[in-house]
Design a protein around this ligand. Structure first.
Ligand SMILES: Cc1cc2nc3c(=O)[nH]c(=O)nc-3n(C[C@H](O)[C@H](O)[C@H](O)COP(=O)(O)OP(=O)(O)OC[C@H]3O[C@@H](n4cnc5c(N)ncnc54)[C@H](O)[C@@H]3O)c2cc1C
Length: 434
């Protein structure tokens, strides 16, 4: 049963920003839980008032950029941040943006690109991700080797704590933390330490040139050998990615074979030289249809095709196995994976983000994912990684029968979470135990 006092909520945000009919609520929700109400705050003090109310009434509250995950939320409040979508300040001189968390990542990119700036992090869900969601998850992506993962772009924030208090931390300076780094502790907390209401974000100048080099290979082994050559020669581009033949036509219609996609972002003159070197290494490695793409529209089409395929796979977590490893070990890891699985070419999907050390495998129907995960995890761990590549993976502790290590890690995290949120109000579905 719900204790939510809906008229109190309406008093805080106005009737128009409270949704409590199940048909209208559905478009803001995902998952099996049944919250009592969806609320869309318009500013920080409204967020604070709502969280205080949830505390007083002992009601669970979960937050989302445009859609809220309802796990553990039955009878509670789903808070959608999409009205808090303002670019508060674009400080070109300091290469910093101050932004509300509900602004969509894609709109944020357009805003900064208009003034010649760049925000490199690139979430899987490029169309729907909010800036607040990107920092609350702490995304890492194909370009993170060169630019750093999402967290490195956070200079500070305003946050409503689980008690409803408002906290501000950080500023526009790069050097703004010595000692405990609370700014980045919150990244990846998935809203369990508090709700971001303002973010201070580091930007970069837009690269002068973006080039792509494509090559297709008759076998995954040959494509993988080229990764090896590039690494050996210290040719480390912005992205060094691979798609297996099953996915290539979806990314670039009309293209066949195993595709290597090299992305080069930087200065035009050095980029062109670099692209020629990469193209010749691809050709020597046995690629056909080697192509350097300089045209901006074509470049964007290729990158978008790649992002769409990755996002499609990511949307089916039950049939996908992902793992990470130390990035420079990718060629060896892929070779061993081919042996383990008896070939990868005909797999329904293989997406490799080479310099992220990340592989997404779409599994054939009927695969026992759990059993495979144990084997793949052993392989990944031998290359310094693990399955999923997330915090303290419990599969790791199971494989090595190290329950003590696992319980210790989880105990510390749970203790920390309890300090922030003594009543366990915020984001009840987030386990932080992936
Ligand atoms: C565990 C996990 C790991 C992921 N790792 C990656 C990755 O490495 N790379 C990648 O590209 N994609 C990753 N994703 C996908 C990721 O969800 C999207 O890429 C995207 O960043 C989410 O944006 P969103 O606005 O849709 O967030 P939502 O789905 O709305 O929210 C995501 C999480 O952030 C919280 N949140 C949202 N807004 C706020 C806010 N204002 N304040 C506090 N918390 C908030 C939510 O409660 C939720 O826990 C991951 C997803 C999960 C669940």
């Amino acid at each position: 049963m719900s204790n939510v006092n809906i008229s109190n909520l309406k008093g805080i945000v106005g009737d128009a920003n409270v949704v409590d009919t199940s048909s209208e609520m559905a478009k803001f929700l995902k998952g099996q839980g049944q919250p009592a109400v969806v609320v869309l705050p318009g500013n920080t003090s409204e967020v604070s008032e709502i969280v205080k109310l949830a505390n007083e009434q002992n009601v669970k509250l979960a937050v989302g950029g445009t859609v809220v995950d309802t796990e553990g939320l039955t009878g509670g409040i789903a808070m959608v941040m999409s009205r808090m979508n303002k670019m508060i300040e674009l400080d070109h001189a300091n290469l910093v943006a101050v932004v509300e968390p509900g602004l969509l990542h894609k709109d944020f990119l357009l805003n900064v690109a208009e003034v010649g700036l760049n925000f490199p992090p690139e979430p899987y869900e490029v169309e729907t991700s909010s800036i607040g969601g990107c920092f609350a998850i702490g995304d890492a992506d194909s370009k993170s080797f060169e630019y750093g993962p999402t967290r490195t772009f956070l200079l500070g924030f305003e946050m409503v704590l689980p008690t409803g208090e408002i906290m501000e931390i950080g500023n526009k300076c790069i050097k703004n933390v010595a000692g405990y780094d609370f700014i980045h502790l919150t990244v990846g907390g998935q809203g369990t330490f508090g709700i971001f209401t303002k973010l201070i974000v580091k930007l970069l100048p837009a690269p002068e040139a973006k080039l792509a080099v494509l090559g297709t290979f008759s076998s995954l082994r040959k494509a993988n050998d080229v990764f090896h050559t590039l690494i050996q020669q210290n040719v480390l581009p912005t992205r060094m990615n691979l798609l297996n033949a099953a996915l290539v036509p979806k990314a670039i219609p009309g293209t066949e074979g195993q595709l290597v996609l090299i992305d080069l972002q930087g200065y035009k003159a050095s980029g062109t030289n670099f692209a020629q070197k990469v193209a010749s290494l691809l050709s020597v490695g046995g690629a056909t249809n080697v192509k350097i793409i300089e045209d901006e529209a074509e470049y964007n089409q290729v990158i978008d095709g790649w992002l769409n395929v990755r996002s499609e796979l990511n949307a089916k977590p039950d049939s996908v196995l992902e793992f990470t490893i130390g990035a420079m070990k990718m060629p060896q890891a892929l070779a061993q994976l081919e042996v383990l699985l008896g070939g990868l070419e005909n797999y329904p999907g293989v997406v490799v983000e080479g310099l992220l050390g990340h592989v997404l495998l779409a599994l054939p129907e009927g695969t026992n994912k759990r059993a495979l995960a144990v084997d793949v995890n052993k392989l990944a761990m031998s290359f310094g990684g693990n399955v999923r590549g997330l915090l303290g993976n419990n599969l790791k502790s199971e494989v090595y029968n190290d329950a003590e290590m696992w319980n210790q890690t989880i105990g510390l995290i749970q203790g920390l979470r309890q300090k922030f949120d003594p009543k366990g109000i915020l984001n009840p579905g987030v386990s932080l135990q992936a």
